[in-house]
Design a binder for this molecule. Structure first.
Ligand code: AMP
Length: 218
């Protein structure tokens, strides 16, 4: 049985940062739907062209497109042992589709860490976020600064500010999260896999809480 972990939380809670650390420690593939969309925009592919408008507006890419993209990703050999999903599912329809797909792949959702942060902190976190051009590594000018301003510590590539991290788009993304994604908190609580994590702690403490909660589920 393959082990799957679903990371939940609003934009700016630290899902992406933590997903990279925790997936590596657990030896699970890291699947970030946002990263896959951004790679497709960079290429650019038909999928990227389609997704771009939605992303720039801070809206969700339609379910059918997103589900098909994730299905293709889950079919790759590095997901045989399982994966950590970061940014998917984001709607109840995506959550149901994931369950159906996991039946096919003989997988199981073992833990759903929900990283919560007070809403007022999210805008500041996103406004100060710097992302690496080459691989999407994430920094924050105050909470997780790179050693050299504007350069990724890990691969030396340029850091940039995501277009959708600008204040107006961020507000829209948070609203979309509240309306479409937040219902998943109850959905997974009912299934007894939800673990609440305080995302206001320091990065290392959040990682420690996550590792503990995920190991318990695996
Ligand atoms: P993220 O990097 O997770 O913040 O995602 C950036 C953007 O990609 C989102 O604002 C959406 O436009 C799109 N996106 C990422 N994941 C999904 C998803 N599961 N469903 C729909 N749209 C998504």
């Amino acid at each position: 049985m393959a082990d799957f972990v679903v990371m939940l939380g609003p934009p700016g809670a630290g899902k992406g940062t933590q997903a990279r650390i925790v997936s590596e420690r657990l030896g699970l593939a890291h699947i970030s739907s946002g990263d896959i969309f951004r790679e497709n925009i960079k290429s650019p592919t038909e999928l990227g062209k389609l997704a771009k408008g939605y992303m720039d507006r801070g809206e969700l890419v339609p379910d059918d497109v997103t589900i098909a993209m994730i299905r293709e990703r889950l079919e790759r050999p590095d997901c045989e042992k399982g994966a950590l999903l970061d940014g998917f599912p984001r709607t109840p329809a995506q959550a149901r589709a994931l369950e159906e797909m996991l039946k096919e792949f003989d997988g199981e959702i073992n833990a759903v860490p929900y990283i919560h942060v007070p809403e007022a902190a999210l805008i500041e976190r996103l406004a100060g976020r710097w992302t690496c051009r080459a691989h999407g590594h994430i920094f924050h000018e105050r909470y997780n600064p790179p050693k050299e301003a504007g350069r990724c510590d890990i691969d030396g590539s340029e850091l940039y500010q995501r277009e959708d991290d600008q204040a107006e788009t961020v507000k829209r993304r948070i609203r979309v999260y509240m309306e479409q994604t937040a219902p998943l908190i109850e959905y997974y609580r009912q299934k007894d896999v939800l673990v609440e994590i305080d995302g206001a702690q320091a990065i290392e403490q959040v990682t420690a809480s996550l590792m503990e909660s995920v190991r318990r589920g695996l």
